[in-house]
Design a protein around this ligand. Structure first.
Ligand code: HEM
Length: 124
């Protein structure tokens, strides 16, 4: 079984970049989700890209620039209920469909994103 932190060499930076770009493209299609994000999505795209790079075992530029991820804490400023979590997952699942990944890699990523998104829920 592939583990998340060892996927870097199998995914590659180009696909992760594409995933991050297309994730934000999807975000713009869901008004309820889009309104949480800043005007400038380019900076946000870079943040998620660097974060994902680190998560899959690539360079740790994210933490050098942003410190410890503390994702749940960082997300407390937005009201995230299960509906919002589903909007986020829809955007990520659609973005995942646009990148070419080995099936096993896709499964590990979907599993990770679902768990992480569940953990981000901070409102009923
Ligand atoms: C569950 C629903 C979620 C919502 C509504 C949500 C919303 C947001 C918003 C509005 C931002 C600010 C964008 C920016 O300026 O960077 C953000 C940042 C971020 N999100 Fe989420 N998010 C969700 C789930 C997740 C999940 C599951 C992950 C990771 C697997 C994630 C990773 C990040 C990262 C890395 C940042 C940038 C943090 C920073 O360095 O400031 N988010 N999120």
């Amino acid at each position: 079984m592939n583990s998340l932190g060892l996927l870097y060499s199998q995914i590659g930076e180009a696909e992760l970049q594409k995933l991050s770009k297309n994730f934000y493209l999807e975000v713009t299609k869901i008004p309820e989700l889009r309104k949480l994000y800043p005007e400038d999505l380019e900076a946000a795209e870079r943040r998620i890209y660097l974060f994902l790079l680190q998560v899959v075992g690539g360079p740790s530029t994210y933490s050098e620039e942003r410190g410890h991820p503390r994702l749940r804490m960082r997300h407390l400023q937005w009201k995230i209920d299960s509906k919002m979590r589903n909007y986020w997952m829809d955007a990520m699942l659609h973005a995942l469909d646009t990148v070419s990944l080995e099936e096993e890699v896709r499964i590990v990523l979907i599993h990770y994103f679902s768990q992480a998104a569940n953990a981000m829920i901070n409102h009923e």
